[in-house]
Design a protein around this ligand. Structure first.
Ligand code: NIG
Ligand code: FE
Length: 509
């Protein structure tokens, strides 16, 4: 295919500076139109990534590839800084690590390899620790872990970084946030301190709808600038992977605007970002009297557009009294699933609605919140692959009960911890603070809290095969802290103990 026909397919080639990221796959020729369609649709809205596709007949006749065609995909980055951060070849020796603590993925056997690893039940408490360690990182991936003196002697690396005896941990994975919103709700914080409840304030027109107004009136550029600042602060607090939801637009253009901001951040910020569509976060005022029509808008217009533009991996919903009922949630989530979205739910936050059971039934990757989950919800989660994501910041901030995490782990389920960063119920970036609340309010051990904040958070984003632990083969997302043992990160609370952050093998904080 020549450049002209690519242009006809909808790609504008603005200029190809250098072609460095290169991948080759072999496909049956009948699969090519679909591949091209998906790539074109996924990338043509991107502001910075441009695509060129070449194909040629593959000559092999002796094997099963006889009728296949070789497709070369060349990703051309306009912005050199993105290009160099994603594909420059280099190695780094991170040495003189005093103490290392990490969960470890389950057996690395061929049948488990490339599966989503997560630790459930009692296994969540197995933290591997080591002393006087060095890590060799090549092209952003950990390739060797061993005794520091030995690696310092044996390894030649382009760069060396002295950890000065500090403690190394995996970067935190914050698997549930609402990072992109306009304004803030400090006024509601003050109202709650005077006795008003979250539900009262929402019923009086505040809450999610007040943030919706501020977000609708913010421009793409304004939200981008706010988002960038927030991501910088998260990185400084040790978060290296974050999920971000839409859900403060509540009309097609505004929720797409949020997702486009998230996409631009994902392409330009070092943080690993996983986007989630949360159009069913609340009913916007213009649909208050015609809720079914809003649900149809979500199903018929928003979800297909988000999918077509490749703007979200997950679809989430606020399944709750006065928000989306179990039946409405099931309808929306089924539509999303058919379109190919992975699923998440805000489940059983303010009341026990059966949302956890629904999430399990639909094969959701995670059910989140769970403050009011019953024994039946716990049984359902424990009998499934669905991850229970606890958000203790929301319980602290709203003075609500904490989710029954001890019972959930004892039942054998996998638990993740996340901040739920949002302006109404949890205005924090701090994963260490979640670990403190886990230990003091939810009877998790510090070991379980570390697994929940790293490996299981990554599993809740389907990223546990490449992130969430310090192991050979994983991406090098590493925190260095001056504490002498990982317990102190949550024990000495309200402090930021992170000194350095290594993201995809680069020291960026
Ligand atoms: O996860 N519960 C629904 N959504 C958010 C709160 C959103 C808001 O109050 O702005 C949560 O707690
Ligand atoms: Fe939330």
């Amino acid at each position: 295919m020549d450049d002209e026909s690519i242009v006809r397919k909808g790609i504008r080639i603005i200029g190809i500076w250098t072609i460095k990221a290169f991948d080759t796959i072999r496909l049956k020729s009948s699969e090519i139109p679909m591949l091209i369609h998906e790539l074109v649709e996924g990338l043509k809205h991107s502001r910075r990534v441009f695509l060129k596709i070449e194909y040629s007949k593959h000559n092999t006749t002796k094997n099963a590839l006889a009728k296949c065609v070789k497709v070369s995909i060349l990703l051309c980055y306009r912005d050199e800084s993105i290009f160099f951060s994603s594909s420059a070849m280099h190695s780094l020796l991170l040495y003189n690590i005093g103490h290392l603590a990490t969960p470890q993925s389950q057996e690395d056997t061929p049948q488990h390899r490339n599966k989503t690893y997560r630790l459930s039940g009692a296994a969540m408490g197995n933290i591997h620790t080591d002393q006087n360690v060095a890590l060799l990182i090549e092209n952003g991936t950990i390739t060797r872990i061993g005794d520091s003196a030995t690696l310092e002697r044996e390894v030649r690396a382009d760069k060396r970084f002295d950890a000065k005896g500090m403690t190394a941990l995996p970067g935190f994975v914050d698997s549930h946030t609402h990072t992109i919103f306009g304004g803030n709700r400090a006024n509601e914080f003050a109202m709650r301190s005077a006795g008003r409840t979250y539900q009262d304030i929402a019923a009086a027109g505040g809450g999610i709808l007040s943030t919706m107004n501020a977000t609708r009136s913010a421009t793409h550029e304004e939200l981008l600038a706010i988002g960038r600042k927030r991501l910088d602060a998260m990185l400084r607090h040790g978060t290296t992977t974050v999920e971000i939801k839409s859900g403060y637009g509540l009309d097609t253009a505004s929720d797409l605007k949020i997702l486009e901001v998230i996409q631009e951040l994902a392409q330009t910020h070092p943080m690993t970002i996983v986007p989630t569509f949360l159009g069913a976060h609340a009913f916007p005022p213009e649909f208050r009297e015609k809720r079914d029509q809003y649900i149809e808008l979500v199903c018929q217009e928003m979800l297909p557009m988000v999918k077509e533009r490749g703007l979200a991996v997950f679809c989430d919903i606020f399944c709750e009294q006065n928000y989306f009922s179990v039946e409405q949630s099931e309808h929306i989530l089924n539509t999303a699933r058919e379109l190919g979205f992975a699923l998440k739910l805000h489940a059983d936050q303010l009341s026990a609605s059966g949302a956890s059971e629904l999430g399990v039934r639909l094969g959701a990757v995670s059910v989140d919140h769970l403050e009011c989950t019953t024994a039946s919800g716990i049984r359902a989660i424990a009998s499934s692959a669905t991850i229970a994501t606890a958000l203790p910041g929301a319980s602290l901030f709203l003075n609500h009960p904490y989710p029954p995490v001890r019972d959930i782990i004892n039942a054998g389920a996998a638990v993740a911890l996340a901040t739920d960063f949002n302006p109404g119920s949890s205005m924090t970036f701090s994963m260490p603070m979640m670990m403190t609340l886990a230990a003091t309010q939810m009877r998790m051990t510090p070991e379980e809290a570390l697994t929940a904040s790293t490996l299981n958070g990554a599993a809740a984003l389907c990223l546990a095969h490449e992130r969430g632990s310090l192991e050979v083969g994983k991406r090098a997302d590493i925190l260095l802290s001056e504490v002498s043992h990982f317990y102190e990160v949550s024990y000495h609370f309200g402090m930021n103990h992170i000194v350095h952050v290594i993201k995809d093998g680069k020291v960026i904080v």
